[in-house]
Design a protein around this ligand. Structure first.
Ligand code: ADP
Ligand code: MG
Length: 262
């Protein structure tokens, strides 16, 4: 059974989608079988993988609201070789969020979808929308771990506590083994004193839960999506691409360690 990791933070623009696409591409380049699930109606992860969200015939929305086969929805992202699979999304997912409200198993729809698909993969990465809505709840119920991207700025820790509350609630009511996979410092600029202070505070509070890998602010990471590519494809030598490869290794090491303990 695959390790399912939800990439969540209700704050927008903290690097969730950048992390989802580049982590999926990095893991795939390490020959891991990966499924990337775009669970944001903005479809940024879909576009960032080079797939036009406007031409997507079956999106994650259809999977959440109907019983169509998962295979009808999956698209193959072929590069970096050997590539990975994507469950694409577009604005239809907003309809899914509303449609789910009347469904009796509304919080478990994604869990059921992934139960039909996850066997084929070692890792499933879910890119969550920037809110704690029913789509994010579906991701947190389906996942084993949450990866939290965080920009080290003044309000970052405040936002983090409401996300941690939500995770705790999901753990108590729906998914008792849900863990914090790790907290990831993104868009980091070491010349910024405040960023360094928040980074230190983060380590004081969350210790080993903070990934050692830090994602620097890097223009290549920002440019790559407009070419429909991960940074690994767009500019493999860039600091951004290299830092996401390091993150992929760290994620795998942590998962291995946890499985040894279990
Ligand atoms: P979210 O999914 O949390 O809303 P995104 O991943 O879309 O955040 O990132 C927000 C913006 O910041 C995007 O334009 C993205 O290209 C850019 N960005 C993300 N990470 C970096 C980084 N490490 N360096 C430079 N730009 C980044
Ligand atoms: Mg996003």
């Amino acid at each position: 059974m695959a390790n399912i990791i939800a990439i969540a933070n209700q704050k927008g623009g903290v690097g969730k989608t950048t992390t989802a696409v580049n982590l999926a591409a990095s893991l795939a380049s390490m020959k891991r079988r990966v499924l990337l699930v775009d669970l944001d109606p903005q479809g940024n992860a879909t576009m960032g993988c080079g797939i036009d969200k406007h031409t997507v015939e079956h999106s994650a929305c259809d999977l959440l609201l109907t019983d169509i086969p998962v295979a009808d929805c999956i698209q193959r992202v072929t590069e970096p070789s050997p590539g990975f699979d994507l469950l694409p999304s577009n604005a239809d997912l907003t309809a899914a969020e509303i449609g789910l409200i009347d469904s009796p198993d509304r919080e478990h729809r994604l869990t059921k979808v992934l139960a039909r698909a996850a066997e084929a993969y070692e890792l499933v990465i879910i890119d969550c929308p920037p809110s704690l809505n029913m789509l994010t709840v579906n991701a947190l119920v389906a996942a084993q771990g949450v990866l939290i991207p965080l920009q080290c700025e003044y309000y970052a820790l405040e936002g983090l506590s409401s996300l941690l509350d939500t995770i705790e609630q999901i753990r108590e009511s729906r998914n008792p083994t849900l863990c914090i996979e790790g907290i990831l410092r993104t868009m980091h600029d070491p010349r910024n004193n405040l960023a360094n202070q928040v980074s230190t505070q983060l380590i004081t509070h969350f210790k080993d839960q903070v990934y050692r890998t830090i994602i620097p602010r890097n223009v290549r990471l920002a440019e790559a999506p407009s070419h429909g590519q991960s940074a690994l494809l767009y500019d493999p030598q860039s600091k951004g691409a290299v830092s996401y490869l390091a993150l992929a290794s760290e994620v795998l090491r942590r998962l291995d360690k946890r499985q040894q303990v279990a």
